[in-house]
Ligand binder design. Structure first.
Ligand code: SAM
Length: 274
């Protein structure tokens, strides 16, 4: 329980609503109807932003009308992008209540509430029926998950036979021990990285098949470089993931970039089937 409270505090970082409101006022995005694209700079909560969401979308076989699950949906940015692009329905769950509240507000502001339902939940114990979804994805979440086998078994349980599961994460690199604090953890007490081969063997044991893995380290290094350079500018951008991640986001991003360069971490993307 303490672990999940630590995670909620880590991800919320004080008064999230106030930080977002102030940034949106400055960006002139208050009291008007928004397009989902207006929110991309703050609602895609991972280093490569919308580019990573678009890349993952190119690999996922989503059809119009499908029911898709987003595990660790954050502020719902990826869910809004996929729901609009593929005309599918998305259920998103996340352990951080402030992200879910804000994500549902963003759904209303962008008129996406009829396509997306975001709820507080833990990927290790999904409160969802067996064999429900046509596909599931989890973008940059599992680094916080101690019980990987439980997390993946839960995803497997709620998926229909023949459906897909996709996820992205930072695995443990061959030279080990990342440099903290990182975008997903202030210390090793919140970070559970595994070498990619171990993660793949867990997936196989659970029953997932057709496992395809792509290493994304180069893309992440250039994503972090852009992020770090942008936030180093004398006038930082009004909207950006520093609004959600707070001032320490720059230091945490620099450490993540260094960790990839030094082969301490190894970002990758997986697509597999139930
Ligand atoms: C790096 S953010 C990614 C958010 C979102 N997937 C995106 O790409 O914009 C990681 C998210 O994982 C969530 N998370 C961590 N552990 C979780 C768990 N066991 N169950 C559900 N969500 C979790 C955090 O609350 C946070 O929103």
């Amino acid at each position: 329980m303490t672990k999940s409270n630590d995670l909620k505090q880590f991800w919320t970082r004080g008064n999230l609503h106030l930080r977002v409101r102030e940034a949106m006022i400055e960006a002139n995005l208050i009291d008007k109807k928004l397009e989902i694209e207006d929110l991309f700079p703050i609602d895609q909560y991972h280093a490569r932003g919308i580019a990573a969401t678009v890349d993952l979308g190119k690999r996922m076989p989503i059809s119009k009308g499908n029911k898709i699950l987003d595990i660790g949906c954050g502020l719902g940015g990826p869910a809004r992008y996929y729901a609009k692009k593929f005309e599918c329905f998305i259920t998103g769950i996340d352990i951080t209540p402030s992200f879910i509240e804000l994500g549902n507000e963003f759904n209303q502001l962008t008129s996406m509430s009829n396509k997306i339902d975001l709820k507080v939940g833990n990927g290790e114990i999904l409160e969802l029926e067996d064999n429900t979804f046509d596909g599931a994805y989890s973008q940059h979440v599992t680094m916080n998950v101690a019980q990987r086998d439980r997390f993946f078994s839960e995803a497997y349980r709620v998926l229909k036979k023949g459906s897909f599961f996709a996820f992205t994460e930072h695995g443990l690199g061959p030279l080990g021990d990342p440099i903290f604090p990182l975008p997903w953890a202030d210390s090793e007490s919140m970070s559970y990285l595994l070498p990619p081969e171990e993660t793949i063997s867990i997936l196989k044991k659970i029953g997932f098949t057709d496992i395809e893995i792509i290493k994304t380290g180069d893309k992440y290094m250039s994503g972090y470089e852009k992020l770090v350079n942008k936030t180093n500018d004398t006038i930082p951008p009004t909207l950006g993931i520093h609004v959600i991640g707070g001032p320490s986001m720059i230091e945490r991003s620099k450490n993540s970039l260094k960790s990839i360069k030094e082969k301490r971490t190894l970002p990758f993307e997986v697509l597999c089937k139930k």
